[in-house]
Design a protein around this ligand. Structure first.
Ligand SMILES: *Cc1c(COP(=O)(O)O)cnc(C)c1O
Length: 365
């Protein structure tokens, strides 16, 4: 079986370094908000090119804390609206509704599955405060158009970079393309911890400080609570593991690009819609997503031939029970995407031979 993603083998490559880093933490006697977290925050901010990075518990919290910090800073109030693509993973919407704000869904473009910037203006009301572009599948959104809209309507840009660590847009890395960005280090993400973890990047010092306080019980000074905060801290063990894995991120991305380029040049089946060839290095191929009308049959065929695939995602957020208030809405592009997409195996350790096997089997279908 060619697995979709073999995390065990990916992490095994760094086994010694990972164990050494855990040993360091265990022996230090300091397990939360210590030197590993500090150094990961510094390293990750340098990687993204931002002034600040704040480690938090997970990607959902990262996005939510940005919004909650804007609320405490008086930039947003409960009930305000945030524009978000309808085909994103549900976490983007949950961050908005958990913060007491309203997600306003916009269709993606069928060409690249990213937020359709032509459809944003018509959704802007006097309650709109932000756009949340999601760099879905590892590819950066058309940020020039989004930045122009945000400037014109005076909106914040909150990037959801959970799938796109390291992706560029015009030589600027994601995380540094808006006012603030949320990252996830869920184990299966391109930069994955060995548990839950997340981070926020920003160049805004006031925002960074407020996020830090809110993620630590609303407290700057022990036992002095300024806000109704929460507990969302990045623990030392995960930070130490991430410090190891960050060193290999660019090499891993390069390998993903090689696999993607093999798929793009060699899959030859007129019924399959391949992703577009990306412009330069604006894609880190978190997942390699194709479209096929009769997906179920095609997925079964691949499985019979020992190829594991996944669907990102089978049901859009507006059709989930969790968002009953949106169930009546219809987003035709989004629904078509959810009916047809299929993610082929891709990973930093997938061999050229396995990739060729997958290509041959697809071309025979
Ligand atoms: C994974 C993901 C998140 C949430 O990250 P967690 O660490 O799982 O909370 C948010 N948005 C997108 C697009 C994601 O893929």
């Amino acid at each position: 079986m060619i697995p979709f993603l073999d995390l065990k083998r990916i992490n095994k490559q760094y086994r010694k370094d990972l164990i050494d880093s855990c040993t360091r933490v265990i022996d230090s006697g300091w397990y939360i908000q210590g030197s590993e977290c500090d150094s990961f925050e510094t390293n990750f901010a340098i990687y993204c090119g931002t002034k600040f990075a704040i480690g938090v518990a997970n990607g959902l919290d990262a996005l939510k804390l940005i919004l909650l910090a804007y609320i405490e800073l008086g930039e947003m109030t409960k009930g305000d609206e945030v524009i978000v693509p309808a085909n994103t993973y549900i976490a983007s919407l949950l961050a908005i509704s958990d913060a007491g704000l309203t997600p306003v869904l916009v269709e993606p473009s069928i060409d690249n599955y990213l937020i359709d910037t032509n459809k944003i203006s018509e959704l802007i009301t006097n309650k709109t405060r932000a756009i949340m572009p999601v760099h879905l599948y590892g590819q950066t959104c058309p940020m020039h158009e989004i930045q122009t809209l945000a400037k014109f309507y005076n909106l914040k840009i909150i990037e959801d970079s959970a799938q796109s660590h390291g992706a560029y847009y015009n030589n600027v890395r994601c995380g540094n393309l808006g006012d603030a960005s949320g990252f996830s280090f869920y184990p299966g993400k391109n930069l994955g911890a060995l548990g839950d973890a997340g981070a926020i990047t920003t160049n805004d010092e006031k925002l960074a400080d407020m996020i830090r306080v809110l993620a630590n019980y609303g407290s700057r000074e022990k036992y002095i609570n300024l806000y109704k905060g929460s507990n969302s801290r990045l623990d030392e063990i995960q930070a130490a593991l991430l410090n190891v894995k960050l060193n290999y991120l660019d090499t891993e991305i390069q390998h993903r690009r090689e696999i993607a380029s093999l798929y793009l040049s060699n899959i030859n089946n007129s019924k399959i819609v391949l992703p577009n060839k990306p412009i330069e290095d604006n894609h880190v191929w978190h997942v390699f997503v194709i479209r096929y009308k009769n997906r179920a049959h095609f997925q079964d065929y691949l499985l019979e031939n020992d190829i594991q695939t996944l669907i990102h995602y089978p049901i859009p957020p507006h059709k989930q029970n969790a968002y009953k208030e949106f169930n009546h809405l219809s987003f035709t592009v989004t629904e078509k995407i959810h009916q047809q997409v299929l993610s082929l195996p891709i990973s930093p350790i997938q061999s050229i031979e396995s990739t060729q096997t997958i290509i041959d089997i697809i071309n025979k279908y």
